[in-house]
Design a binder for this molecule. Structure first.
Ligand code: AMP
Length: 184
């Protein structure tokens, strides 16, 4: 397991664009598209996450719609794990389990397929990933979904933690949480 040094964190932070007053006044939106389009920065981040998680026996990586899909799918493939999407209500075609939650800017509902974590192992280990944690409502709902679907949400990863909102406090203490970048 390796942690980034300050220069490496600054490097990644410099690739993320702040968009003020989006999607509504008072929100500073952390735009990760500027990191994704930089092949070196994107590769550096995924390789870091691969090294961080490669020995943790993760069986599935779950990403939260939609930016969690980008990091989650890239990392799942690198770890040679399956990828499971958590989607907004009404988007998944098969039988689902759902959970309501509060966002930094609204209320929403997410779903997962009921058989998403079918495995020869009992309670397979799942890594949940999203681009950012704000109030923590989305991640909390996603952890609940993973556990309700018969898996164990052993690890949770955020690229960015908006520390001043204290979202991590809301999360299940049974999951190991890692935020790559802290924003005050
Ligand atoms: P929350 O449930 O409050 O932790 O919100 C987290 C979700 O909302 C994540 O899926 C983020 O992608 C998105 N989000 C919330 N606030 C921001 C922000 N300031 N910049 C970018 N994405 C955000």
């Amino acid at each position: 397991m390796s942690i980034l040094n300050n220069d490496e964190k600054q490097y990644l932070l410099s690739k993320i664009r702040d968009v003020k007053d989006y999607p509504k006044p008072g929100i500073v939106f952390k735009d990760i598209t500027t990191l994704l389009k930089d092949k070196d920065a994107f590769n550096f981040l995924i390789e870091h996450l691969y090294n961080y998680y490669k020995e943790k026996d993760i069986e599935f990586v779950t990403g939260i719609e939609s930016r969690g899909f980008i990091f989650g799918a890239a990392l799942a493939n690198r770890l040679k794990c399956g990828f499971v999407p958590v989607r907004k209500k009404g988007k998944l075609p098969f039988t689902t389990i759902s959970e309501k939650y509060t966002l930094e800017y609204g209320i929403d509902e997410i779903e997962i397929h009921i058989d998403a974590f079918a495995s020869k192992n009992k309670n397979p280990k799942v890594l949940l990933i999203d681009d950012l944690i704000a109030t923590g409502g989305t991640a909390k709902a996603a952890i609940n979904l993973i556990n309700k679907a018969g898996a164990k949400c052993s690890n949770v990863c955020f690229i960015i933690n908006l520390r001043f909102l204290n979202g991590i406090k809301l999360l299940d203490k049974n999951s190991e949480i890692y935020s790559v970048l802290e924003v005050n």
